[in-house]
Design a protein around this ligand. Structure first.
Ligand SMILES: Cc1cc2nc3c(=O)[nH]c(=O)nc-3n(C[C@H](O)[C@H](O)[C@H](O)COP(=O)(O)OP(=O)(O)OC[C@H]3O[C@@H](n4cnc5c(N)ncnc54)[C@H](O)[C@@H]3O)c2cc1C
Length: 360
């Protein structure tokens, strides 16, 4: 059994700690900010691979995370819900490669959001961040993980046989070997929920990135994706732009009061970094750069870290391999990609029925 230190307590650090502790490792988290004060707490936390390079690994991680979150959604205490919604598109030939990670979906044209607007309609997990991160934190504590509050300067500052760097945007600085990480500033405003359940994202909106993600009591309205901006202050002018865009697309939001507002710096990178990092005198693993998709990829990349440790000879207690052998909510069976590819005609290939009922 190895002692592992995970640097970071956002959704990635907590998910990694969970998987390693479940595999029988002795795990300690060291984090400057608790999950509730991390970028993860700002997220709309919709399952959708936004602001991330869509590699095969990313799509695989998105797929397995979908399965895991779908299972968690069966328990209301997790704060995860399965919600129908639409990824709008205003381009003639949008990149739909991300749909490979979905169990099923429908394409739609001439949506009421404007002329020429089409999209992909699907049911995906949405995590209410305050509830989900608290649940995840409690789950890792229950697995025996300890959480220490401290600012780390370099990887060498922390103990442990093995170190996993899951410090979001600051991971590159801790490792000192990466100049490919950058912030993608995101601003949101949360309105009272008038009873909405359906989400949408409108990344091609000529007036700016727009998304609406209803939760139990509020609606997360965004957004921005300012590459290279380190500014964590709320900008009132940006907020008023967000409000006018979402209210134009969803008139029901017109009179809803503002409940809260926030800014977060997404950990952008040319590619998500999930790998062993040499040169630190002991095994060190990187797990960061998830961009606008940290929730979407969380369990998949955490599982990958557990695999990398095992491949490096670090077995947990009792040789437990830490993988969660349960089947996904939609029975992930290796034929998954076919379902998505064939799903463009709105047919659910798993049972051969029309998928329209998904959205009712
Ligand atoms: C507005 C907005 C909307 C988003 N919407 C979505 C969405 O709908 N779906 C989705 O999947 N993703 C979304 N994201 C992206 C998602 O929030 C991130 O990808 C995710 O939070 C990254 O998680 P993380 O754990 O890597 O980083 P963080 O949440 O930033 O956590 C980093 C952790 O590392 C710690 N740390 C950092 N430096 C140090 C140090 N030197 N010493 C000790 N500890 C340190 C921090 O204190 C913190 O605990 C959104 C992001 C934003 C900003």
């Amino acid at each position: 059994m190895s002692s592992v230190t995970v640097v970071g307590a956002g959704v990635i650090g907590l998910s990694v700690a969970h998987e390693l502790a479940a595999a029988g490792h002795r795990v300690r988290i060291v984090a400057a900010r608790d999950a509730a004060a991390s970028v993860s707490a700002v997220a709309a936390a919709l399952w959708y691979p936004h602001d991330v390079a869509l590699t095969g690994e990313v799509l695989g991680a998105a797929r397995s995370t979908y399965d895991r979150l779908a299972r968690l959604a069966r328990d209301p205490a997790t704060g995860v819900r399965m919600r129908a919604g639409t990824v709008l598109s205003r381009r003639p030939e949008p990149d739909l490669s991300w749909t490979e990670a979905l169990p099923r979906y429908e394409t739609a044209t001439d949506l009421p959001h404007g002329p020429g607007v089409g999209g992909v309609r699907c049911v995906v997990p949405v995590a209410q961040t305050d509830v989900y991160l608290a649940w995840l934190r409690a789950s890792v504590l229950a697995l025996g993980v300890t959480i220490e509050s401290a600012e780390v300067g370099t990887v060498g500052d922390v103990g442990g046989d093995v170190v996993v760097v899951a410090a979001g945007l600051r991971s590159a600085e801790l490792l000192g070997d990466d100049d490919e990480a950058y912030p993608i500033r995101g601003q949101v405003v949360r309105l009272a929920n008038p009873g909405l359940t359906e989400w949408f994202t409108d990344g091609d909106n000529p007036a700016g990135l727009t998304y609406v993600v209803p939760r139990a009591h509020d609606v997360v309205c965004g957004g921005t994706g300012e590459v290279g901006s380190w500014d964590e202050r709320v900008d009132p002018a940006i907020e008023s732009g967000i409000l006018s865009r979402v209210r134009e697309l969803v008139p029901a939001l017109a009179d809803q009061p503002i409940l809260s507002r926030a800014v977060g710096l997404r950990p952008g990178r040319s590619r998500v970094r999930v790998e062993a990092v040499a040169g630190h005198g002991r095994p060190v693993f990187a797990c960061y750069g998830h961009g606008g998709a940290g929730f979407t990829l969380s369990w998949g990349t955490a599982t990958r870290i557990a695999e990398l440790l095992r491949a490096d000879g670090h077995n947990g207690a009792d040789g437990h391999n830490g993988t969660d052998g349960r089947k996904g909510a939609h029975g992930h069976n290796g034929a998954h990609g076919q379902n998505a590819a064939q799903g463009q005609n709105g047919t659910d290939r798993q049972n051969g029925t029309q998928a329209n009922s998904l959205y009712r």
